[in-house]
Design a protein around this ligand. Structure first.
Ligand SMILES: *Cc1c(COP(=O)(O)O)cnc(C)c1O
Length: 226
């Protein structure tokens, strides 16, 4: 199956989920996660109209980033502080901002380059030990420290749900992330609204869309899994 055909099918499923939730499909943005596939497949994704591409390791992303220069790149994986210099300036979106030391380093690098990075604060809503992300009860204190960093714009929150055999079981995680976003904005901690929710993967994106996802990150279902 070509990526174009997969994209048609994914869009059909997004539209159906939006219909169930009373949302407009234009509110849902797609990041094609190319971490599993080679350059040729990543290129096919881009040529199929997928402008936003996601990777989780700079070493693996490098060649694709250099080759597919017109894509909008999203860094979706855990980011080590000593790797910040590699990705800031190349990936306009970082989905994994989850600690003070990383925020300081990202801000330092962005300011040095004269840019502002779009960041999602990653929250470990499920509390799984294997997952990165900030504990939910640290979110507001963390956001206070981000509020005055000129190199970082918090566009919203990101989470990963546990892998469930039944996607429906992920719903409370996505619902809680939405609630945290709403409370963050209601408290006026940031001097702007952080409206985005990066949540939903191949296994659970329809539930995430029903719960308000504005960015879904799709690998296997969209570009395949080599
Ligand atoms: C790999 C990955 C994805 C995509 O995973 P699929 O299940 O293949 O859609 C999404 N988000 C993050 C953070 C990932 O690491």
């Amino acid at each position: 199956m070509s990526i174009k055909d997969r994209l048609l099918e994914v869009n059909r499923r997004i539209e159906a989920a939006c219909q169930r939730a009373g949302r407009r499909p234009e509110e849902v943005n797609l990041v094609a996660v190319t971490k599993y596939v080679e350059i040729g497949t990543a290129r096919e994704a881009f040529d199929s109209g997928l402008r936003h591409l996601g990777e989780n390791r700079w070493q693996d992303a490098k060649l694709k980033w250099e080759t597919i220069g017109d894509a909008v790149w999203h860094f979706i994986g855990h980011l080590q502080t000593n790797k910040v210099k590699d990705v800031i300036g190349k990936f306009p979106y970082i989905h994994s901002l989850d600690r003070d030391s990383l925020a300081d380093e990202m801000n330092r690098k962005a300011v040095a380059l004269g840019i502002c990075v779009n960041a999602f604060v990653q929250v470990n809503v499920s509390g799984e030990e294997s997952k990165y992300g900030l504990p939910p009860d640290e979110l507001f204190r963390f956001a206070e420290r981000l509020a005055d960093k000129p190199g970082i714009r918090v566009v919203g929150l990101m989470t990963m749900a546990p892998h469930e055999a039944q996607a429906e079981a992920t719903r409370p995680v996505f619902r809680e992330l939405r609630r945290l976003r709403d409370e963050l904005n209601a408290r006026n901690i940031l001097p702007y609204i952080a409206s985005e929710l990066s949540m939903g993967m191949s296994n659970d994106f329809e539930v995430a869309v029903e719960e308000g996802a504005t960015w879904i990150r799709l690998g296997s279902v969209l570009v395949g899994h080599q």
